[in-house]
Design a protein around this ligand. Structure first.
Ligand code: ZN
Length: 316
C-alpha cells in the first residue's frame, strides 16, 4: 500500500511538472542542476522504449531532446522504474508510452502522466491472448504495420501540439510511406516460405500480430509474459507439434534466454525429430525491443526487416 501511495504521489508530481512544460531541466530536490535538457532549449520528450525513441526521432529528431526510460534489450513487461527514471518522466514535456499494459510494472505512473500511442486504437483491430488462464489484450501491436502507423499518427498529433509545428505532418507522411514500403517488402518476402511451412515458434508470445499479417501459425510455449516459465505440458505439446509438422527451425529472442529453445531441440531429437535453434549474435528475433543504438536493428524498419529475413531464410 505504501508503495502504491508513493507511486501515486510520484505520478501526481509528474503531472504537475509535465503541465509546466519548461523543457530546460531545472533543479532537483537538492538544488542541483539536472542533467536532462541542460544547455538545450529544445523540449524533452520522454519515451518508455526503443521503439518510441525511434518513432520520435523519425518525426522530430532535430526538434526535441529524447529521454528513454527502458534501455534497449531490457524486458518492458518486467521493467520497474528507478528514481532516475522517475526524474526522466518528471522532466518530460511530453511522455509517450505504448499502453495496452505493455509496460506492466509502470502502468499507474504512465497512465497519470503520459499519452499512450495506442490510445485511439479500435478494439476490433486488437487481438487477445491467454495469460494465466484469463483473456488479455495482446500488447505487441507493432508487428501490425497498420497499427504502428496509427501509433505514428498519435505521436504526430502530440508532437504538433508540443512544438506548435505543422511540418511534423510532412515528416509523418514521409515516414509512413517508408512503412508502406516495408509492408510491401514483407508481403513479397514471405512468399518464399510455402504456406504449409509457415510456423513460427518463439519463446514468448510476441508474434501474434506478425503471424496474422503473414498467414503464419505462432506457437510460444512460454505464453504472453516473459515472467512465466513454460509449463512441461506446453513444452511437450510444442515438441509434438514440431515433430509432426517437420518444423525446420525455432527462434530465440533478444530479450529472452535462448536456453529455453535449446531444451526444445533436445526434446525434439529425443522423439526422433530434427530442428534448428536460431540464436546468437545477429541471429535473434527482436520482439519487445529494438537493438541498442548504433547496432543493426536499431530502427523499427531495420528491426522488422531483420526479423522477416531471419524467419524466411530459416523456414524456406
Ligand atoms: Zn512481450
Amino acid at each position: 500500500m505504501k508503495k502504491f501511495v508513493s507511486l501515486l504521489l510520484a505520478a501526481m508530481t509528474l503531472f504537475v511538472l509535465g503541465a509546466c512544460g519548461s523543457g530546460t531541466g531545472g533543479t532537483d530536490e537538492n538544488g542541483n542542476a539536472e542533467e536532462t535538457g541542460s544547455g538545450s532549449d529544445k523540449p524533452t520528450v520522454t519515451v518508455t522504449t526503443s521503439f518510441l525513441r525511434d518513432m520520435v526521432t523519425q518525426l522530430a529528431g532535430d526538434k526535441v531532446e529524447i529521454e528513454q526510460v527502458i534501455p534497449a534489450g531490457e524486458d518492458p513487461h518486467l521493467y520497474v522504474a528507478t528514481p532516475d527514471d522517475l526524474n526522466k518522466l518528471e522532466d518530460g514535456d511530453l511522455v509517450l508510452y505504448h499502453g495496452l499494459h505493455f509496460e506492466g510494472q509502470m502502468v499507474d505512473a504512465l497512465e497519470n502522466t503520459g499519452v499512450a500511442v495506442s490510445e485511439e486504437f479500435n478494439e476490433d483491430d486488437l487481438t487477445t491472448m491467454e495469460e494465466d488462464g484469463s483473456e488479455v489484450v495482446d500488447p505487441h501491436f507493432w508487428f501490425d504495420i497498420d497499427l504502428y502507423k496509427q501509433a505514428v499518427d498519435e505521436a504526430t498529433e502530440e508532437l504538433i501540439t508540443l512544438l506548435d509545428d505543422e511540418s511534423i505532418t510532412e515528416q509523418a507522411t514521409e515516414y509512413k510511406q517508408e512503412l508502406d514500403e516495408l509492408a510491401e517488402y514483407n508481403e513479397e518476402k514471405i512468399t518464399e516460405v510455402s504456406e504449409e511451412s509457415r510456423y513460427l515458434i518463439t519463446p514468448h508470445d510476441a508474434f501474434n500480430y506478425f503471424a496474422q499479417s503473414y498467414d503464419m501459425e505462432v506457437i510460444a510455449p512460454q505464453g504472453v509474459s516473459t515472467e512465466s516459465e513454460a509449463s512441461n505440458a506446453d513444452i511437450s505439446d510444442t515438441v509434438d507439434f514440431i515433430v509432426d509438422n517437420e518444423v525446420k527451425a525455432v527462434f530465440a529472442e533478444s530479450t529472452t534466454d535462448p536456453a529455453r529453445m535449446e531444451r526444445l531441440k533436445e526434446d525434439v531429437e529425443a522423439k526422433g525429430g530434427e530442428v534448428e535453434v536460431i540464436s546468437g549474435e545477429g541471429q535473434e528475433l527482436f520482439s519487445d525491443s529494438l537493438a541498442p543504438e548504433g547496432e543493426d536493428g536499431d530502427t523499427y524498419i531495420d528491426m522488422y526487416r531483420h526479423n522477416m529475413d531471419l524467419i524466411v531464410d530459416n523456414l524456406k
